[in-house]
Structures are given as C-alpha cells and as structure tokens.
Design a binder for this molecule. Structure first.
Ligand code: IPD
Ligand code: CA
Ligand code: CA
Length: 314
C-alpha cells in the first residue's frame, strides 16, 4: 500500500496545528548545541507523524530529525522535519513549517510543506505539478542574477567549520538583487517554487530539510541539483539500495549539499539554455569573487563548478 498526497497533506496539517498550539506559549526549549535548539513542540509534532506513519506503513524506512533513522525494508523512505525553523519558533518569529517528503526507489514522489501561521500548504506529487492551497505554482521567470532575490541558510556548526557559506553569502549579495536568510529551508524552497524568490542554496543541509521542498520546486518548473550540478542531491539514481545508502549518508554533517536554481521546464530550448547560462554566470561570478577573496576555496570545488558551468554553457 502506498500513501496518497491527500493523506500526507492531512497529517502535515495536523502536525502544523500541534506547532501552532505551542507557538508563543511557555514551552520547554533545550539545546542540541550552543545555537541549535529543540523545543518540546519539535518532539510532539514528530511523535504524531511517526505514530501515523508507522501504524499505516510499518515496513517503510523513516528518517526523522529528532528520532534519527527507523529501519525499513521496502525501498520507501519518509523524510520528516517536524518543525523546520525551530530558532524562529523559539523566538516567536512566525516563519516555520512542517516538512514531509516521501521517496520511492530513490525518487521523491510526494512532498508537503505546511506553514501553519499563514495556513499555506505546499504540495507536490511527481509529474502532477506543485500547488499552494490548490493553486498551481510556477517558478519565477527572472533570467538575470541582478534581478533575482535569493535565500540561503547556514549550518549550526558555522563557527567550527571552514566551509561555512559566509563567502558565498557575500558573493551572492554583491551579484544578485539581495540574499535573504529566512530560517526555514523547507519554506525557502517553497518560496522559490511560488516565484517569490528566484533561488536557494545551502552548503550543508539534511535530507529532511529539503526532500519535500525540492520536489515542490521541481514540480513548479524549477531545477534542484547538488553542488556538482548533478541531480542526486538526495538519492543516487537507479536502485533502492543505493537510495537507502545515500539517505543514511545524508544524516552525516557535510554530506548533502544543494544548490537549487530556477529554469522553466516548459519553455523553449533557447530559454532553457539561457537558464543554464544564468547558472553559469552565477557560478562564474562566485568564482571570480572567491578567487580574489579566498584563494584556498578557489582552488577546490568552486573551480570544479566553474568548469561544469562552462560545459553547460557550451
Ligand atoms: C534549519 C533551517 C534553516 C537552515 C538550517 C536548518 P531547523 O532547520 O531550515 O533555515 O539554514 O540548515 O538546519 O533546525 O530549523 O529544523
Ligand atoms: Ca530543518
Ligand atoms: Ca527541525
């Protein structure tokens, strides 16, 4: 038996109601690290989702932020972020969501992200388009970086790691219309899908942050890749076994990286090319800036990316 989009939309909305009931209330807040928080509502929302999923789909694998991995054996994997935007939530900032993604044999097939404060529910099913409260979504048609409003986020170990995204943040800020840091990767992706923002990237992210949002972007005509430009930001192609291996890896720090960018899949070839060139100019801008500011970075992946971008352009 396979879940339906409407089924997981109901669950995601119910989890969102749980979050809303604790918002701006006197709730318990703990620290996973100095700046990484978890509230009692993260746990309550996750317990609810785990309970409904395990009752109905006991053989499925589950990757949930607070509980870790629950083993499964049938190639179906749930990616659960019970509260994406915990720091916002804990500060009374009304920008957070529940994110639920479902993967079958390495392919994300269902995704729902629910923002309970705005009652905005983003849904997507593979091949069926993306919707916000039932209204079809389409990514922005901006074709120049300078006209593009971007969004990013930072890892919680920002002070310990060399690759902390601050370079990219500075570079994109100089070359785009602006860069937002809204505090919920799942909603960031949905805002790209809705055409409110043009692009999103993060240099370290987890599968449960992005599984649902990535499908929603893709079904809205956008493109999601890893930082090498490949499609395997979440799972490798081909086999369920490989999918499970990568899903495990994605729980480790630094293992999942994503750059998402828009291009419209239903436009003409020339516009697709211009979308690719858009990406190329983006990364070349970064490369130039990065080479100037940070020679060590320029020597490594950023230059590899520039090569890839050039290949796309050619
Ligand atoms: C975080 C948010 C944030 C992103 C971080 C995530 P959390 O998730 O999505 O926007 O920058 O990388 O870890 O901790 O609020 O569930
Ligand atoms: Ca998250
Ligand atoms: Ca979370």
């Amino acid at each position: 038996m396979k879940p339906t989009l409407s089924e997981i939309e109901i669950w995601t909305r119910q989890a969102g109601k749980i979050l809303l009931s604790g918002f701006e209330q006197d709730i318990q807040i703990d620290h996973k690290s100095e700046i990484d928080l978890v509230t009692e509502m993260d746990h309550r929302s996750e317990e609810f989702l785990l309970d409904v999923i395990r009752r109905r789909y006991p053989d499925d694998r589950i990757i949930a932020e607070e509980s870790g991995v629950i083993q499964g054996n049938n190639g179906c994997v749930w990616h659960i972020d019970p509260l994406d935007g915990t720091v916002n939530y804990a500060h009374g900032i009304p920008f957070f969501a529940v994110s639920l993604g479902y993967v079958e044999d390495g392919q994300i097939t269902l995704g729902v992200v629910f923002d309970p404060v705005r009652d905005e529910c983003y849904t997507a099913q593979l091949g069926q388009g993306a919707y916000l409260n039932g209204k079809r979504l389409q990514v922005s048609d901006a074709d120049e970086l300078i006209k593009s409003l971007l969004v990013t986020g930072f890892p919680y170990d920002i002070r310990e790691r060399q690759e902390n995204n601050l370079d990219h943040y500075a570079n994109f800020s100089l070359h785009s219309q602006g860069v937002r840091r809204l505090g919920s990767a799942a909603l960031d992706l949905c805002y790209v899908a809705a055409g409110r923002l043009e692009g999103f990237w993060e240099v370290e992210i987890q599968s449960y942050d992005i599984a649902a949002g990535a499908l929603i972007v893709e079904e809205a005509g956008g493109m999601v890749t890893d930082v090498h430009g490949g499609p395997d930001f979440l799972t490798p192609p081909c086999s369920a076994a490989s999918a499970i291996m990568l899903a495990e890896r994605s729980l480790l720090p630094s293992s999942t990286r994503i750059i998402s960018w828009m291009y419209s899949s239903n436009r003409s070839h020339s516009l697709l090319t211009s979308g690719s060139m858009f990406i190329a100019s983006l990364w070349q801008g970064i490369t130039t800036e990065t080479a100037r500011r940070s020679p060590s970075w320029a020597k490594s992946e950023v230059l590899e990316r520039a090569t890839w971008s050039g290949a796309v352009c050619a």
